[in-house]
Design a protein around this ligand. Structure first.
Ligand code: GRG
Length: 324
């Protein structure tokens, strides 16, 4: 039995506790279906009987690449948002972790595809060779595709929630946040923006889609699971958007000021790619100040919640002080 998150001593302990449960569950979900009944794949006896060795090898290979990228660290911020918001509405830990696993699968897919030569062309992610460096480009594309589709398979399972309407809403909201009206659209805007002058408003809009929407749905997911009133869902989304933008500014600052060893990923990428960022447009000091203002604003959206929201408040402070 996990103790409620609010009873943890510090934000770091709370994040570690969520990460631990998440890693266990994602590890189970990504294990071969034959060896683990915890996966949500149920192979019919007909399929099992006809599955030849090559087919199974292919599945194993892709699961290897999916595991490599998913179980390789990461801050687990999006799952943490889901578990924290679920805690506000008395949602069972296991339900929250199941939904959080699906969201982290989407996030991991986006990182794998973002690192590909056709996109950011990166060789380092979370301190390790990127998926395509370790497994080859085709396997990395498929690992991303595998994670993207598996996320929705996981959300469709009754382990997430007994009520199909709740599962349907999670699936629909996550699809919007990660698709062309969210992350995918934002990524395209980002690619289009190389070597172009963007206004501050345009950059904020781009970031809202590229990273903000996934943060927002991560936070809203706990409220959906808890069948929370619309007003509370709105406040949690507003919190996540402000926190997400502060997170993004910090990411841009780390790209300018951090080192490859410290951050575990390549730095100075934005400048090399000729990308306008909030930092390049505002300047380092103004951007840092703006991140602080956004953090305060994010926390103010949580005023309606009691002490149970303290981890969300602490997270907003943490994202602007992080070095990774
Ligand atoms: C390929 C469809 C598609 C989308 C990619 C999110 C994204 C869109 C690309 C990531 C590129 C990037 C470095 C964005 C800046 C902010 C960001 C999302 C960083 C990575 O998220 P973290 O710091 O990663 O939460 P960890 O490794 O901690 O999980």
């Amino acid at each position: 039995m996990n103790k409620p998150l609010s009873a943890h001593d510090s934000l770091q302990d709370a994040i570690a506790s969520v990460s631990e449960s998440l890693n266990v569950r994602m590890g189970q979900l990504l294990s071969a279906p034959e060896s683990n009944s915890n996966t949500v794949i149920s192979m019919s006896s007909k399929v099992e009987a006809t599955a030849d060795v090559n087919h199974v090898r292919g599945v194993e290979l892709i699961l290897d690449a999916m595991r490599y990228s998913t179980l390789s660290g990461g801050k687990r911020l999006r799952p943490f948002l889901t578990v924290c918001s679920a805690g506000l509405f008395g949602v069972a830990w296991e339900s929250a972790v199941e939904a959080a696993s699906a969201i982290e699968f989407i996030h991991t897919y986006s990182l794998i595809h973002d690192d590909l030569p056709a996109m950011d062309n990166d060789d380092l992610r979370r301190g390790k060779p990127t998926c395509h460096k370790a497994f080859g480009e085709a396997a990395a594309i498929l690992a991303g595709d595998g994670l993207l589709t598996y996320a929705f398979q996981v959300l469709a399972s009754s382990r997430v929630h007994a009520d199909p309407a709740v599962r349907c809403e999670l699936i629909s909201n996550l699809a919007v946040a990660s698709g062309c009206w969210g992350m995918v659209g934002g990524q395209m805007m980002d690619l289009e923006a190389e070597n172009k002058q963007l206004s501050l408003e345009e950059i904020i809009r781009l970031q809202r889609l590229k990273t903000g929407e996934l943060f927002a749905v991560s936070c809203e997911a706990g409220a959906i699971l808890g069948k929370a009133p619309g007003m509370m869902r709105k406040l949690l989304r507003a919190y996540a958007h402000d926190m997400g933008l502060a997170f993004q500014i910090t990411d841009d600052l780390l790209d300018v000021e951090g080192t490859r060893t410290e951050t575990g990923k390549s730095v100075r990428k934005d400048k090399i790619a000729g990308k306008a960022t909030l930092v390049s447009v505002m300047g380092v000091e103004r951007a840092r100040e703006h991140a602080k203002i956004l953090t305060k604003q994010a926390i103010s959206h949580l005023d309606v919640f009691d002490k149970k929201a303290d981890n969300l408040r602490a997270l907003a402070e943490f994202v602007i002080s992080r070095k990774v």
